[in-house]
Each structure stands twice: as structure tokens, then as C-alpha cells.
Design a protein around this ligand. Structure first.
Ligand SMILES: [Cu+2]
Length: 150
């Protein structure tokens, strides 16, 4: 035990030091590159890509900012791929923010009706079958559709 003991301790020290070293190297890498983040579980996460229509695609979640423009929702045709989660985030702050009953979004075929408020301004659901999903504002003047592509 007197011979083995110090040996085991040194192995522990080496392991601990190399772990600290690796963490430092990885952290340094993350600070430099904006494209890839190594998560704690070792899985790479991709930064969101901004599409021309302002939609953000991130993993299997598509995030779309929902605004008010020309007396309707903007965008009012929202494309999502089957199997993706769609996260509609209501704009409540900008010059094109949702106003009045447009802050209440109804998606009848999904049984969704929600008032978007500060701190709780998103609607998220899984687009699990292809087709068109109509949505309206609280009073039905504003309309749009979510097109789920196969
Ligand atoms: Cu309305």
C-alpha cells in the first residue's frame, strides 16, 4: 500500500490537471469561434441561421417572429418542415409589434388560443403532419397560415 498509494495519487493529479487543461482549451476555442459551441455533454450546437424572411432555423425548432404589417400578421405564410417544432414569437416591442386583438393568436385546428404578453409571448408546437394550418387574431380579421411541408 505504501508503494501503490503515491502512484494512484499521482495518476489522480495528472488526470485532474489534464481535465483542467482540456476545459481551458475548449473554453478558449468557444470564445474564438462564434459558429460552434461545445455543450457540456459534448454535442455541438449550431448557431441560428437567419433566413431572408427573418425566420431562424435552430436544430429541429424553427423560430419565427410574428409581427403586424399592412393590417395583418407578418409573415402570414409560415413554412415549416414536418417533424420540426415551430415557435412563433410575438413581437411586442418594435414598430411592427402586434397590437390589439392581434396579440391573441388562435390556431383552431390545434386547439390553441393564446394572448401573447411580455414574458410569455411564444406559441410552440410540433408540426407533425403535412398540410395547412390556418391561424387568426382574436377577432378573426387578421389571418395567416402555417404550411407544413412533407
Ligand atoms: Cu383581430
Amino acid at each position: 500500500m505504501k508503494i501503490i498509494g503515491p502512484g494512484i495519487i499521482s495518476i489522480f493529479i495528472i488526470a485532474a490537471l489534464s481535465s483542467i487543461y482540456l476545459n481551458t482549451v475548449l473554453a478558449g476555442k468557444n470564445a474564438d469561434s462564434g459558429n460552434s459551441i461545445k455543450a457540456a455533454d459534448g454535442q455541438a450546437q449550431t448557431q441560428p441561421n437567419t433566413a431572408p424572411n427573418g425566420a431562424i432555423q435552430q436544430g429541429d425548432v424553427k423560430e419565427v417572429k410574428l409581427q403586424f404589417k399592412d393590417y395583418n400578421y407578418y409573415p402570414n405564410s409560415i413554412y415549416v418542415k414536418k417533424g420540426q417544432k415551430l415557435r412563433l414569437v410575438g413581437d411586442l416591442d418594435s414598430g411592427n409589434k402586434l397590437i390589439g386583438c392581434y396579440t391573441y393568436v388562435r390556431i383552431p385546428s390545434l386547439g390553441i388560443g393564446k394572448r401573447l404578453v411580455q414574458g410569455d409571448n411564444a406559441i410552440e408546437f410540433l408540426a407533425d403532419k403535412p398540410g395547412k394550418i390556418p391561424f387568426t387574431c382574436g377577432m378573426g380579421m387578421g389571418t395567416g397560415e402555417i404550411i407544413v411541408q412533407a
